[in-house]
Ligand binder design. Sequence first.
Ligand SMILES: Nc1nc2c(ncn2[C@@H]2O[C@H](COP(=O)(O)OP(=O)(O)O)[C@@H](O)[C@H]2O)c(=O)[nH]1
Ligand SMILES: [Mg+2]
Length: 236
Amino acid sequence: MQAGLSISVVIPVYGDREPIDQVISDIHSVLSTRSQYEIIIVWTPEHESQQSPPQPYSEWENTEVIVELRRGYGRAYLTGFEKASGDIIVTLDADGTYPAKEIYRLAARLISSDSDFISTNRLLHHEVGAFTPIKRFGNLLFSLILRLLFGVRFKDSQSGMWVFKREILKSLHLQETGMSYSSEIKIQVHQTGYRYNEIPIFYRRRKGGQTSLNWIRDGLRIFRFLLKKRFVTKKL
Ligand SMILES: Nc1nc2c(ncn2[C@@H]2O[C@H](COP(=O)(O)OP(=O)(O)O)[C@@H](O)[C@H]2O)c(=O)[nH]1
Ligand SMILES: [Mg+2]
């Protein structure tokens, strides 16, 4: 990778269910000798009684914790990206499903392939049980809808591990606060004319906690967002 480029890893964390320690230690192990980097954790409490993160995340090296009281996966990224200062932003879940050790390789690919945005494809290589039938079906359905309605070419449209140049955020107008954020960013990257790519990764089963995604509730919300975006709002 081009010498001197810095990386911000932004991780949304909901409640205290997720075993984030392994993710953080994998990030340190792969980046500490290779790049300047920061980790930004955007933590949202699950219950009103929780006042602060379950662990002293901020005591970890290069790690900043933002407490975001407003719920939502997209909200967490909107807040986290405002704080990020790296040349390259990497996103991933706190649940250990995405390969944190691949961050440097993906960032290097972003630069070497002259791309602005890379999303990852989990469908080719994954642990048994990482995709429930409904998760796989919903994902394929939304990938098809994104392609038909917007011409967006991602095979795994709901993947949440992205690597992109921070400067592209200036031209995007992201505002979705829920799970639709993942579709919104990909549609806007496509519509703005940025160069994008999709790279296969190995996707694991959750190591703890449970998904905050409800395929019926969130699936309908994503569907409504896509229809509105295509037929009502249209603009970025
Ligand atoms: N800060 C914050 N993080 C969230 C929220 N909802 C989900 N997340 C995090 O976003 C990531 C994706 O959620 P997850 O439940 O794993 O969805 P799935 O991967 O589709 O099953 C995880 O790291 C969650 O902890 C939220 O309301 N606030
Ligand atoms: Mg997850």
